[in-house]
Design a protein around this ligand. Structure first.
Ligand code: KG4
Ligand code: ZN
Length: 362
């Protein structure tokens, strides 16, 4: 089985060909980072136009690299939501047109399901497993029980973790996207430097596994404002104080994530006692963070579970994960009609209660 995957829900335009034998025949990803960088965040209109400009070419390149013609495909999968709706429309409409002309089944994939099933593409993981999904738009702990079967254990009550990294980087005068910048700066700090800046760990030790980052963000702002004037202005590439504060922030985030994941492991093993050799999977762009991975590896070790971290190229947004979700769905006969309506919001577990104090985020 050969599936074309299309991803356009955020700021990456991507196309990939994946087989049901877990082979990634091609995976093209075009990042729009440079187009959005001057604005310090993603501008939805720019994103949608850029997807429109580049998607056709990327699909052509993905097919050529895989040495596959459109007629050889068994299905066409595209992200149908959640995400920036202008971009989603570009991808799903392209998929519909290809499906119609070439008489192929359409599979509208939930972008989050793409992240959730990636570990089955990279590591052939059996169900169920615990997933920590940490991206620029989401921060959730989910039990992945099967295709289309998710139990959400916790989510953020304010910012997504990647968003928190991005905002922290902005406050520290570092570039966008913020996560890699914070990680780079933090690597230049020592533990004793970082401990000079004590930042809060929101919800640490509290029951459940929801997340919160707004208190940490406020504390970070206050820490920066309390520095003597011009303290950070000495023209050095990364001022030692910036490095130390970035490190203190990253440590706080890693502590919180490990604490929440530990609670989630309790809930997971309670629900699936037979999954004693359980797997903890991390996915999403923030899963690229080495400090976070190290902390979670320690947790997994202590709890006797396996930490599965798919390769970085499959953690950040890509179309191979969408194509793979397409494989999984098509195998079960789950296809979508050509009048599928793109969904700006599309929770993986629609039955999950809203997090206490939650704003608009799902
Ligand atoms: O999954 P992703 O590529 O896109 C979506 O949001 O769906 O995640 C992007 C997020 C950004 O907020 C970025 O700052 C964060 O992932 N990120 C990181 C790192 N690399 C990317 N955060 C922390 N450390 C990193 N090394
Ligand atoms: Zn994503």
């Amino acid at each position: 089985m050969l599936i074309l995957g299309i991803e356009t829900s955020c700021d990456e335009t991507a196309a990939a060909i994946v087989s049901d034998g877990r082979a990634i025949l091609s995976s093209r990803v075009l990042s729009q980072t440079l187009e959005h960088a001057p604005y310090g965040g993603i501008v939805p209109e720019i994103a949608a136009r850029s997807h429109l400009d580049h998607l056709d070419r990327l699909i052509g390149e993905a097919l050529a690299e895989a040495n596959v013609g459109l007629g050889d495909l068994d299905g066409i999968a595209a992200t149908g939501g959640p995400g920036l709706i202008g971009g989603v429309i570009v991808g799903i409409t392209t998929a519909k047109a290809l499906a119609l002309v070439h008489r192929k089944p359409l599979i509208a994939v939930n972008h989050l399901e793409g992240h959730a099933l990636t570990a089955r593409l990279s590591d052939d993981l059996p169900f169920p497993y615990l997933l920590l999904l940490a991206t620029g738009g989401h921060c959730q702990l989910l039990i992945v029980e099967g295709v289309g079967r998710y139990k959400r254990l916790g989510t953020t009550i304010d910012d997504a973790v990647g968003e928190a990294f991005d905002k922290a980087a902005k406050m520290l005068g570092l570039g966008y996207p913020g996560g890699p910048e914070i990680e780079r700066a933090a690597a230049e700090s020592s533990l004793s430097d970082r401990r000079r800046f004590l930042l809060p760990r929101p919800l640490l030790g509290r029951p459940g596994c929801d997340f919160s980052f707004s208190g940490l963000k406020t504390a970070l702002r206050q820490t920066i404002e309390a520095l003597p004037p011009n303290e950070l202005d000495d023209g050095m590439p990364t001022h030692p104080i910036v490095a130390a504060i970035a490190g203190a922030f990253q440590d706080a985030v890693a502590d919180v994530m490990a604490d929440r994941a530990s609670h989630a492991l309790d809930m997971f093993l309670h629900r699936h006692p037979d999954a004693a050799t359980g797997n903890l999977v991390i996915a999403g762009g923030v899963a690229a963070n080495g400090a976070l991975r190290a902390r979670l590896a320690t947790l997994a070790d202590k709890r006797g579970v396996r930490l599965v971290a798919p390769p970085l190229a499959l953690c950040t947004d890509n179309a191979a994960m969408i194509a793979w979700a397409g494989v999984e769905r098509l195998r079960l006969g789950l296809t979508d009609p050509l009048d599928f309506a793109p969904r700006p919001r599309w929770p993986l577990d629609p039955t999950a209660p809203r997090a206490i104090g939650a704003g608009v985020k799902a």
